[in-house]
Design a protein around this ligand. Structure first.
Ligand SMILES: [Zn+2]
Length: 226
């Protein structure tokens, strides 16, 4: 009997960890993480910016390649990079929130603290962009009942991903590039980070190789809601 209870507890804990850590689980709240009915079309998404110098260089690459991407920005970085946000809007990219502080503790705090951080990030983004923010990508991809409740209240859609480059774990962009090229398929949403110095070069290589394979690029919100 004791063994059965222990097995049940382990099963429940495993389920809760899966539900929380996997943004695609949709157990607490639905996330948009890929298109299931597109042709050879994918979307590029960038988290953790805007970053001084790196993000403008990345915007140059996207402009040269005529690719519209999505940027999920950290509020406190927006404060000192407002010109970059204006340029993102002008260039036709999607801007979404990715918290104000990007601190792990905020993922598991009470709803007031979580909401205050999120509302602050949306406010600075809307001031800098002049656009309404309707998308939120949770830091670390963690979802939970508090986050789900607050996002429903603020009428935010949740942005997930289907291809993880794991670029933040690499010193050399080639490993992240190979990972993306191996995992990509029609309808993929690719997760990248524009705080990394190699982000512009990694994006350029991904775009060139996928174009060579016959893929085209669509802005995240349009791809996942088609
Ligand atoms: Zn992040």
């Amino acid at each position: 009997m004791a063994l059965l209870i222990l097995a049940l507890i382990i099963l429940i804990i495993t389920f809760l960890v899966y539900a929380s850590a996997n943004i695609r689980s949709g157990i607490y709240i639905k996330s948009y993480y890929r298109s299931k009915n597109s042709g050879k079309v994918v979307a590029l998404t960038f988290d953790d910016g805007p970053q001084f110098k790196v993000t403008p260089a990345l915007l140059d690459v996207l402009a040269e390649e005529e690719v519209k991407a999505a940027f999920f920005c950290i509020g406190e970085k927006v404060e000192s990079n407002k010109d970059t946000i204006s340029r993102m809007v002008k260039d036709g990219h999607l801007i979404g929130a990715h918290s104000y502080k990007h601190h792990y503790s905020l993922t598991y705090c009470n709803s007031e603290l979580f909401k205050a951080d999120l509302v602050k990030s949306i406010k600075v983004l809307e001031e800098a962009s002049g656009e309404k923010v309707t998308w939120y990508r949770p830091p670390y991809g963690v979802t939970n009942p508090i986050m789900a409740f607050v996002c429903r209240e603020l009428k935010l859609d949740i942005a997930g991903w289907s291809v993880r480059s794991l670029d933040t774990m690499e010193k050399d962009y080639r490993k992240a590039l190979n990972r993306v090229l191996k995992k990509v398929s029609p309808g993929s949403v690719i997760l990248l980070h524009d705080r990394l110095p190699f982000a512009p070069e990694l994006a350029r290589r991904i775009i060139k190789e996928l174009k060579r394979r016959g893929y085209s690029f669509e802005r995240f919100d349009k791809l996942v809601k088609n």
